[in-house]
Every structure is written in structure tokens, then in C-alpha cells.
Design a protein around this ligand. Structure first.
Ligand code: DGJ
Length: 395
């Protein structure tokens, strides 16, 4: 079992050194195609996220390899489910060839939170460097999604086993789709869809990352966004979300903020390339994570799930290059485009709605570009911002 290591695996970023993979296999990504681990078994890491720790990437996600069936109480596709099996972890040094590290958190029969009949979705893991712990947050629910709770588990090793601590509603609020984001100063935040999925909430985590602190904000009020994925570039925060359409794809949106608890402004929908219809529906996927490529500013990997509600186990992964492209000018087009959105922010637990200071002038654009097949060198074809090109869509 891998333990907390202090020595990095490799000193050169893998995208500088594509042919020198440890597995000696080519580093290509084929979005939407079947993706097997290095033993040839289909990867089961849906709704997942990736942690880079000591030069090794760990991909955590839902193992949905059981049979798909429908809840009696609900007739449409969103009622499709797979009983909880657990959270599976894979490790890789090149992001393409993944080794199965097994189930790091397993379903437990008759457990109040982890029983197979429950829902365990969107696991995300961050490392607490000070305490040398790995902390997993996940959405815990009953089969009708009425509990709306966040679950927390901890482990001494990236590859588990994780000990489940509890599930709860952060600061008493509903929590469904969620993610955690660890900032450069090691402060971590929980982002969660709340209030019947109408609003997004952000709460700061306690120093041990296993609880939330009382002060938190509601953002994107009434916009019904879920599947948050948060990333940072040049001291700006970005959040990619989906709409709420069950397992069906919809249009991704990106927001940005200069202050985590400040104003979050619309950037727009980031997808370009492929067919117009596919781009408008996030290439038939729903985002789950945006992975930074360290030492390569402005380059990220968009990770999404192409859900198959008829057979959730067969849901595919869409990994694509994502760029944060600086916007240089400050024409009316930019400011005008941004202020079209309502920008309500509310401090939870305080009197009335509060508007935080913050600029709405968009400093950067975010682009996810479709490729049938791609490799790291494709990042060199940097897209232009939709604003600088003087048009309302990406070039
Ligand atoms: C959308 C969520 O993002 C998924 O994680 C899952 O809960 C589905 N809804 C269920 O319909």
C-alpha cells in the first residue's frame, strides 16, 4: 500500500517529457471512448476528481459497475441508479495509464450512510499537508435524493482505506453535488448545490478539512447549477458548473471571482469545436473536475462524465484541454456581456442580502476545445478569447 511519501516521483513535468512515461505507453486521450486501466479493465471512477500528491496522480470516483435499475417512485431517466459499491482509486504518473488501487471506501450493508441502497456521488480528495491526512468529501443521499448531505472520510494514505466519519448538512443547509477546493495558502473550501439545488453555497473548511466553518455565502442564487469544479489562475478563481437535468447533458457555464466570498461573475459557456449541438451540451457530458497542470499556467484538463442512464456502468469519460485565456482589452463588449447576469451574493446567517465589492470586468476567458484524440502538445494551439476576436464565440 502506498503511504505518504515526501520524495517526488519525477522532477520533470510529464508534458515536457511525453515519451518517457513510466508505463512506456503512449499518452493520448480519446474523449468519450472506452478507457481501460493498465490491466485492461474498464475504469470505474465516475463523478470523480484527481489529486496530485508527490508526483503521482490519484483519480477517485464512483464505482458504478453494478446493474442499473429505476426507482419505483420516479419514472424518468433521472431515476436510474446503481447501488453503491464504493469509491475506487486509480494512480498514474502520466494521466493516461491508470493502475487500479482498489476500492478505497466501500459500501457497508445496513450502514446509515454507506448502505448499497443509498447514494454516494462525486467524491473529491484533498491532502492536509500539516496533519498528513487525506480527506474525502462526497455527496451522501437516500435513493430519492431527499437527505441532501455531505459525507467526510479520512485516510493516512492516498490509496486508503478511508475511514468514514459522518454525513451532515453543512451549517444545516442541503448539500447535493459538491466539490472541495484547496487554495495556495492551504485554506480549503466546500462548494455545494443547496436549497433544492437552486443556489450554490461556499463554506470554508476547518483547518483539519473535516468540517465547515460557520461563515459561508450563497452565490448564483436561483440559477440552479450543480456539478461544481473549481480552479485558480493568476489569483482568480473559476468555477465550472452544469445545469440540473439528471443524467442528461446540458450547457456548462463558467464563473469567475477575485475573492472567494465576493462576487462571482459569468464568463460564459466554454465549449468549442465538435458539432454545434455537442458543444452546446458540453460534448454530451457533465463536468466533474478541472485539473491544473502544475508549472503550465493557464492549462488544465476538463474532466466530464458522459452518463448512460440505461447502463450507468458504461458511462464514459470526456477529458479535454481547457485554457484560461487572458483578456487584454476593456471594451464595452466585455463589460456589457458580464453585467447581463444577476450577481446576487448573500452571506448566510446574516441579515438580508449583501453585495460584495468586486469587479465585473472579465479578465480572462475559459475555453474547452473538442478533440477526438489529443495529447499534451495540443495545448500549444492556444485559442483566442471570444472577446478579443471581436465575436461572441471562440475561435
Ligand atoms: C446530476 C448529478 O450531477 C449527478 O451526480 C447525479 O446525482 C444525477 N444528477 C442523478 O440524476
Amino acid at each position: 500500500m502506498a503511504t505518504y511519501r515526501s520524495k517526488p516521483y519525477r522532477s520533470r513535468p510529464l508534458w515536457d517529457d511525453e515519451n518517457a512515461t513510466d508505463a512506456k505507453l503512449p499518452v493520448y486521450f480519446r474523449p468519450g471512448e472506452p478507457w481501460n486501466d493498465i490491466d485492461g479493465k474498464p475504469i470505474q471512477a465516475h463523478g470523480g476528481g484527481v489529486l496530485l500528491h508527490d508526483g503521482v496522480y490519484y483519480w477517485y470516483g464512483e464505482d458504478k459497475s453494478g446493474p442499473t435499475y429505476k426507482r419505483f417512485s420516479l419514472a424518468d431517466d433521472s431515476a436510474a441508479r446503481v447501488d453503491v459499491i464504493g469509491v475506487r482509486c486509480y494512480s498514474s504518473t502520466d494521466l493516461s495509464n491508470w493502475r487500479d488501487e482498489g476500492l478505497v471506501l466501500k459500501a457497508v450493508p445496513n450502514h446509515a450512510d454507506l448502505a448499497p441502497s443509498m447514494v454516494l456521488e462525486r467524491p473529491k480528495v484533498i491532502c492536509n499537508d500539516r496533519l498528513r491526512t487525506f480527506v474525502m468529501w462526497m455527496h451522501i443521499d437516500d435513493a430519492d435524493y431527499k437527505l441532501a448531505r455531505a459525507g467526510v472520510a479520512v485516510s493516512a494514505a492516498a490509496t486508503g482505506p478511508f475511514k468514514f466519519l459522518r454525513s451532515f448538512r453543512p451549517n444545516g443547509r442541503q448539500s447535493r453535488d459538491l466539490t472541495v477546493f484547496k487554495d495556495d495558502d492551504a485554506t480549503a473550501y466546500l462548494f455545494y448545490s443547496s436549497e433544492g439545488n437552486k443556489d450554490m453555497h461556499i463554506a470554508r473548511l476547518t483547518p483539519d478539512y473535516t468540517d465547515v466553518q460557520p461563515q459561508h455565502v450563497k452565490i448564483l442564487i436561483g440559477r440552479s447549477r450543480e456539478a461544481p469544479a473549481v480552479f485558480k489562475q493568476n489569483n482568480l478563481y473559476f468555477m465550472l458548473t452544469s445545469g440540473c437535468t439528471g443524467w442528461e447533458p446540458n450547457q456548462a457555464e463558467v464563473h469567475w471571482a477575485s475573492d472567494m466570498f465576493g462576487q462571482w461573475n459569468l464568463v460564459g459557456h466554454p465549449c468549442v469545436g465538435g458539432t454545434e449541438m455537442d458543444a452546446a451540451e458540453t460534448f454530451q457530458s457533465q463536468g466533474s473536475f478541472v485539473l491544473p497542470l502544475p508549472g503550465w499556467p493557464g492549462r488544465f484538463i476538463f474532466m466530464g462524465d458522459q452518463w448512460d442512464p440505461d447502463n450507468l456502468a458504461e458511462s464514459r469519460y470526456v477529458w479535454l484541454p481547457l485554457w484560461v485565456v487572458p483578456v487584454q482589452n476593456s471594451s464595452d463588449g466585455i463589460a456589457g456581456a458580464v453585467v447581463r447576469e444577476r450577481q446576487d451574493i448573500m452571506l448566510v446567517g446574516k441579515e438580508g442580502p449583501g453585495r460584495h465589492p468586486g469587479s465585473s470586468m472579465m479578465p480572462a476567458d475559459v475555453v474547452v476545445r473538442w478533440h477526438d484524440l489529443w495529447r499534451f502538445s495540443d495545448f500549444d494551439r492556444v485559442p483566442k478569447s471570444r472577446w478579443e476576436s471581436g465575436r461572441f464565440y471562440h475561435m
